[in-house]
Design a protein around this ligand. Structure first.
Ligand code: ACO
Length: 323
């Protein structure tokens, strides 16, 4: 039975770090408020020469290096992003070009903060369907470009960055002991659109627009939606929370992460948290957290890892991976 095994992970962050105190002269806020409500202490913000494509390319190159592979070995690039360089062509194709790839194919996938979870699931299906052998799955975002920097309820929450994994087709026994993607569950519900959206777009206003969020409303739904989809993924994978080695949630808010882990019965020491360093980087948040936990030696080959995310749409989902 074909499995999509993780061969390498890589990350990339903009040079510039913006700390909570840096907002104090811009909007009415404080380091104390931001830390207490969100757990965020700093985020990286792209400079003019840094884009979703350049950050995605850098993360992809780091993932390829970790995997001991080159762009020649890749036949598909799936980029999860809501902040593409252009309306079209797809930023994935731009990354393909930056990597010097003239073979294979590439496309973007848009599910906001759940983008990476959707993209891993998509890549896994291409691999299991025999359409690709090795896939670069990238989450790259420059949310700083769609923030209303005068709106304190949103501008302090987000950051820029990118993360990538290389998935490779390998044969498994078809059991939970196999390395690779073991189970996925995806959901969306457009009735929640007004709670988190961008008020622009090519077919409506003809502008890029700004992110708008009813934070309290998002918060209200987040824990229930996340725990529901994670439990469905546990069931699909034939495991329980106790079997898990690592829980790698979307990094939007420490309170949501802690409440979800508690409700799921996942021990605190199994939760990977990077929101204090990166803020909410949307589709990049899960691969950035993965990159940190692999680099510092926490996630090791054979570990059972649960990825989850929830975001605009609403979209939400979870993926179970034997690392
Ligand atoms: N600094 C100081 N005060 C602030 C700030 C700020 N940056 N932002 C809001 N406030 C004020 C509000 O105006 C409000 O004041 P009021 O009581 O006088 O009206 C007060 O703080 C409390 O505001 P709440 O919105 O009730 O604060 P809450 O505790 O809910 O925290 C937050 C806000 C952090 C946004 C929280 O609701 C949250 O994290 N929501 C979820 C966001 C999320 O997870 N998004 C994920 C998806 S993102 C994606 O998909 C792209």
């Amino acid at each position: 039975m074909k499995r999509s095994v993780v061969r390498g992970v890589g990350t990339a962050l903009p040079r510039r770090i913006m700390r909570n105190a840096d907002f104090e002269g811009m909007v009415e806020t404080s380091d104390e408020w931001i830390v207490q409500r969100t757990g965020i202490r700093q985020r990286h913000v792209a400079s003019d020469d840094e884009t979703t494509a350049s950050l995605g390319e850098a993360a992809a190159r780091n993932a390829l290096a970790a995997a001991g592979l080159t762009p020649d070995d890749i036949d598909l690039i799936v980029l999860a992003t809501s902040t593409p360089n252009h309306t079209f062509p797809a930023t994935a194709v731009e990354i393909q070009e930056r990597l010097g790839m003239r073979h294979g194919f590439a496309f973007d996938q848009q599910a906001v903060c759940s983008g990476f979870v959707y993209a891993i699931t998509t890549a896994d299906l291409y691999i299991r369907g025999g359409l690709a052998k090795r896939v670069l799955v990238i989450g790259s975002e420059t949310f700083s470009r769609i923030l209303d920097w005068s709106d304190r309820t949103t501008c302090v929450l987000f950051g820029d960055g990118a993360g990538a994994v290389v998935l490779e087709a390998q044969e498994g026994e078809g059991t939970v002991a196999d390395r690779g993607v073991l189970a996925s569950s995806l959901r969306s519900d457009g009735t929640h659109k007004e709670k988190l959206y961008v008020d622009g777009g090519p077919s409506t206003t003809g502008t890029v627009g700004h992110l708008r969020m009813q934070g309290r409303e998002v918060f209200k739904h987040a824990v229930a939606m996340i725990t529901d989809v994670v439990e469905a993924t546990f069931t699909a994978g034939g495991i329980t929370a106790d079997d898990l080695d690592w829980f790698v949630p979307h990094q939007a808010n420490k309170r949501i992460i802690d409440a979800s882990a508690k409700k799921l019965g996942i021990a605190e020491e199994k939760v990977v948290t990077t929101v204090h360093l990166h803020g909410n980087t949307s589709a990049a948040s899960v691969p950035l957290a993965l990159g940190c936990a692999v680099a510092d030696g926490r996630i090791k080959k054979g570990d059972l890892v649960l990825l989850e995310a929830m975001g605009g749409g609403f979209t939400w989902g979870a993926v179970l991976v034997r690392w």
